[in-house]
Design a protein around this ligand. Structure first.
Ligand code: SF4
Length: 244
């Protein structure tokens, strides 16, 4: 039965007198009981307007249904069909203007806490899911991704799943782009969330750390697939490189 409360289940937070003395994350995340209670607020609307508000079209009612049933790994699988970074997006996406901004429960009362549940599901997965070996058949092609922000990381991950050897080129000394340099620790913990959800290292067939300004002349562009050219010419407008 739907939970008809007009308010979201409250998000636990650090006490103001504690958080004013540290840089740790302010919001502490739902417990599984809280997540299931919030999930029961979803009406599973037939035309699911929340999905239309999501830039990557996460099947929101389907993942919430799994949360309501206590199937958190199932919810994670649903989310990650469309979004590779749910722990990050659950924390920092502007849900009030996107999915939650379209939620019908928001017409009278607060919208369903979609971001809070997404965060819960991703955190639950990181804490509880067993590592499984994924055998990816390599296709023998190399792709370079320029820029190791969320778009570059997502692009690299999707290409790796398809069998490409991916190299991510990054101008700064840490991967992550805005995730590492633009969002403060108290909103998005770097080691506990970003580094775990978006691990960039040689084990994952992704290398980083080369300086972008020195890269273009050294690019053996013929060795890479056309994906390189799309990414490099997109990125060049930001980094003032000549277009290809
Ligand atoms: S619009 Fe709100 S209530 Fe309707 S399916 Fe989406 S999250 Fe659930």
């Amino acid at each position: 039965m739907a939970n008809m409360s007009l308010k979201k289940v409250a998000m636990p937070e650090q006490d103001p007198n504690v958080r004013n003395k540290n840089f740790e994350e302010v919001a502490l995340g739902y417990t599984k009981e809280m997540a299931m209670e919030e999930a029961a607020r979803c009406l599973n609307c037939k035309n699911n307007p929340c999905v239309g508000g999501c830039p990557v079209n996460v099947p929101i009612p389907a993942f919430i249904e799994k949360v309501a049933a206590g199937d958190f790994e199932g919810a994670y699988e649903v989310i990650t069909t469309e979004n590779a970074l749910p722990a990050i997006c659950g924390r920092v996406c502007p849900q009030e203007n996107q999915c939650e901004g379209k939620c019908v429960r928001g017409i009278k009362g607060e919208p369903v806490g979609i971001g809070r549940m997404e965060r819960f599901v991703a955190d639950w997965h990181m804490a509880n899911a067993k590592e499984t070996e994924v055998n990816i058949e390599k296709n023998g092609m190399k792709v370079a991704v320029v820029g190791c922000g969320p778009a570059g990381i997502t692009c690299a991950g999707e290409l790796i799943k398809k069998g490409y050897d991916v190299t991510v080129f990054e101008a700064l000394h840490k991967p992550g782009g805005v995730l590492s340099y633009g969002i403060p620790e108290f909103r998005l913990p770097k080691l506990d969330v970003v580094a775990k959800e978006a691990p960039i290292n040689d084990e994952n067939d992704v290398s980083h750390g080369r300086k972008l300004p020195t890269v273009p002349p050294a690019f053996p562009s013929a060795a890479f697939s056309p994906v390189l050219h799309i990414l490099l010419s997109y990125s060049s407008s930001f980094h003032s490189f000549p277009s290809l």
